[in-house]
Design a protein around this ligand. Structure first.
Ligand SMILES: NC(=O)c1ccc[n+]([C@@H]2O[C@H](COP(=O)([O-])OP(=O)(O)OC[C@H]3O[C@@H](n4cnc5c(N)ncnc54)[C@H](O)[C@@H]3O)[C@@H](O)[C@H]2O)c1
Length: 341
């Protein structure tokens, strides 16, 4: 059965969603909309689909079953709730929104309407993460000891100046909320719930109200410990890195691929780096690998067909947001911030 997709927000990531939809045999792009009618019309013309004048018109279409919410982060819940109330399934870009209140409203709206909600965390579908999660789930790594998530990226001031919502608290959040969120989600996925964070955030190299650099020490509920680092001030930009250590060894993932694996009982392996696809967001905000987005959309469709939760649920998106907001709180107060969930 072919499902019709709508896209709201035809900017940088809207294009990735359109390309991902085009990769799926069971999906087609039915229509798009954007408050910038000129941008929407050009996007629609390039993709051979109609541009609707507003969200209401997009949601009124019977051939739209799923809507990808690709607008600025602080609008995700406001738009997503309208999508849910129209009875359409939801793919919401990361972060789920920028406040827990907004995230909760969106999760409730999807539950009440009985529609599926997935929050994009496409790197869970990267080959290295799939392999690492398998090693964790089958116990190969042993008891968890230490988890490190690092996003040392570079964004120019021109990037922040390219749209009024970028670099604002209300619509974007800082480096950790926008860029670091991916590996925050992966860290929590691998290490489990976080009990407490102690953090320092600062704005080092940009004229923005939010932080461009954040550092946190994490205590997990399990007793394991970890670190989170995120920056958009680290020229020229480095691979995103996740390193998980258990009592039986360590696995390192860089940009979604296993970069190192040392496990007791097997020879240490540092696989040769895979061919550089040029698809690293280290310095280029538009360099997003379409395959992992497509895998997450396919997972959403399978979840709809089988009635299960999507692999990355609304509550998963909320968990990552809660960690990020705790990092911000700890930096603001100068004290450790405890998490509730
Ligand atoms: N998963 C990833 O790797 C990834 C990468 C980039 C961006 N993102 C996320 O995608 C979202 C958008 O980022 P972007 O870089 O594409 O931004 P962008 O500014 O390029 O595009 C946003 C679009 O939304 C439109 N818009 C704004 N308000 C709207 C409204 N009320 N109704 C309809 N359209 C509206 C804008 O006109 C613009 O075209 C952000 O939440 C960001 O965090 C995710």
């Amino acid at each position: 059965m072919t499902r019709g997709f709508g896209i709201v927000g035809t900017g940088v990531i809207g294009a990735i969603h359109a390309d991902a939809i085009a990769l799926l045999p069971s999906a087609r792009l039915a229509a798009v909309t954007d408050v910038d009618a000129v941008a929407a019309a050009a996007f629609a013309a390039a993709r051979g689909c109609p541009a609707e004048p507003d969200l209401g018109a997009l949601l009124a279409r019977r051939d739209v079953d799923v809507v990808c919410v690709c607008v600025p982060s602080g609008l995700h819940a406001a738009i997503g709730i309208q999508v849910a109330e129209a009875g359409k399934h939801l793919v919401v870009e990361k972060p789920i929104d920028v406040s827990l209140e907004a995230a909760d409203r969106l999760i409730d709206a999807a539950r009440t309407a009985g529609v599926a909600l997935t929050v994009i965390s496409q790197h869970r579908f990267d080959p290295g993460l799939v392999e690492l999660k398998r090693l964790l789930d089958d116990g190969t790594l042993g008891r968890l000891v230490l988890g490190e998530a690092s996003t040392k990226w570079y964004r120019t001031q021109a990037y922040y100046d390219s749209a009024p919502w970028r670099g604002t608290y209300a619509m974007d959040g800082g480096s950790l909320m926008n860029q670091g969120v991916h590996y925050v989600d992966l860290l929590r996925w691998c290490m489990g719930p976080v009990a407490e964070v102690s953090a320092v955030c600062s704005t080092q190299a940009h004229q923005i109200e939010v932080e461009d650099t954040s550092l946190a020490v994490v205590r997990f509920v399990s007793g394991a410990v970890g670190t989170i680092l995120s920056s958009t001030a680290a020229f020229p930009g480095f691979p995103q890195r996740l390193e998980i250590t258990g009592t039986q060894g360590t696995v390192t993932v860089e940009d979604g691929r296993i970069a190192g694996r040392a496990l007791t009982g097997e020879a240490a392996a540092n696989p040769a780096p895979a061919a550089d696809t040029g698809l690293s967001g280290a310095a280029d905000p538009a360099a997003v690998d379409i395959a992992s987005h497509a895998a997450q959309l396919a997972d959403l469709l399978d979840a709809v067909d089988t009635g299960r939760e999507p692999a990355v649920s609304g509550p998963d998106g909320r968990d990552a947001l809660e960690i990020i907001l705790a990092v911000y709180e700890s930096s603001r107060t100068g004290r450790p911030a405890r998490l509730r969930s």
